[in-house]
Design a protein around this ligand. Structure first.
Ligand code: TYM
Length: 342
């Protein structure tokens, strides 16, 4: 497909299903900030319709959506330059999601590891929305004809499915309408791991708060969690290969690299031979220096929820200007009366 046909446009989303973690920040938001600029139109979304695929307390969902918006802005997303909004204010996502439910195959959905992980052993009791989740995600992206999607490693399979849905739609209808989106999974922190277990992803749903750094943690909490992070007794090696079977050590090096905007190789070059008793305090200082201004700004923004709501409403109106014509053309391609002219 001719790349040039589509405006270079970035879309990505985060679920407002709990607080923001360091994983969300380093794997997603910080990279969203980096992609703002003249090269791309950037669209960032709080995906509340995705969040409710598992039960959300309504008051908590409202608060988490506003707090996530505050997090985006505090981390450097400019709501004038980027389009920033919550998904449910742009109904075209769900409308295109339905079309894609009719394009995607049951077998494709059943293969999704996130479905298997989240539904667990009790698939019969999981919501239908949780099963269909990846087709709504494809709609989030393709309703804007987005060409690039920055995400953490855990979303890779969903982005492959998005490409499959675009290809099947284009083939089924004999059109060249939806772009084949590029996943952008880059940097040192595409998979930030739990501070308690280097083989598990850092996640807002982990029962142990010590396993993660929350973007709302204060300096003492950040320093404590890093000091208590699980490690091994060996000093840092002098090459990255020396970290191969040391997932906890590798994770802390990756976090350092991503926070400092340097490569893991540079971290090793600067800290080779150090014991964790020395490295952890440096990492804690760096984390506090980078994260505290963000959490302070988030708290300040949260003092004015009406302003956050205005930003989201304005973002949604701008998003609809792009989404509505694409939905209309999709309906036209599918032959829906009202979209097709006589
Ligand atoms: P969600 O809300 O689970 O996570 C949001 C983003 O944060 C990244 N992330 C991580 N990156 C590195 N290390 C971690 N430990 C870590 N934890 C989370 C995720 O990879 C993601 O980029 N399905 C998506 C939301 C979504 C979406 C979309 C994303 C809905 N529609 C369209 C992109 C495009 C999700 O559940 O992300």
């Amino acid at each position: 497909m001719a790349e040039t046909k589509f405006t270079p446009r970035v879309f990505s989303g985060i679920q407002p299903s709990g607080g923001l973690t360091l994983g969300n920040y380093l794997g997603a938001i910080k990279r969203f900030v980096d992609m703002q600029g003249p090269e791309f139109e950037t669209i960032y979304c709080m995906v509340d319709l995705h969040a409710i695929t598992v039960w959300q307390d309504p008051a908590a969902l409202t608060r988490n959506t506003r707090e996530l918006c505050a997090g985006f802005i505090a981390a450097g997303i400019d709501p004038e330059q980027s389009i920033l909004f919550n998904q449910s204010q742009v109904p075209e996502h769900a409308q295109l999601g339905w079309i894609f439910n009719c394009v995607a195959r049951m077998g494709w959905m059943q293969r999704m590891t996130q479905w298997k992980d989240k539904a667990g052993k009790n698939q019969q009791n999981a919501s239908l929305g949780l099963f269909a989740y990846p087709s709504l995600m494809a709609a989030d992206i393709l309703i804007y004809h987005a060409t690039h999607v920055p995400v953490g490693e855990d979303q890779k399979q969903h982005l492959e499915l998005t490409r499959d849905i675009a290809i099947k739609f284009n083939n089924d209808f004999g059109v060249d309408f939806f772009p084949i989106t590029e996943p952008v999974i880059e940097g040192a922190a595409t998979r930030v791991m739990s501070l308690r277990d280097g083989t598990k992803k850092m996640s807002k749903s982990d029962p142990s708060d010590m396993s993660r750094i929350n973007m709302t943690d204060d300096a003492d909490a950040i320093a404590l969690k890093i000091r208590k992070a699980r490690t091994d007794p060996d000093p840092l090696p002098d090459t990255l290969e020396g970290l191969e079977d040391r997932p906890e050590a590798r994770n802390l090096v990756n976090i350092y690299a991503a926070l400092a905007d340097i490569s893991p190789e540079q971290v090793i070059a600067e800290h080779a031979g150090q014991q964790f008793g020395t490295f952890k305090p440096s990492l804690a200082d760096l984390a506090v220096a980078k994260l505290s201004p963000i959490s302070t700004e988030m708290a300040r923004l949260m003092d004015d929820p009406a302003e956050i709501d205005r930003i989201l409403a304005r973002g949604a109106a701008r998003a609809r200007e792009i989404a509505a014509p694409i939905l209309r053309q999709t309906y036209e391609i599918a032959g829906m009366v009202g979209a097709v002219s006589a």
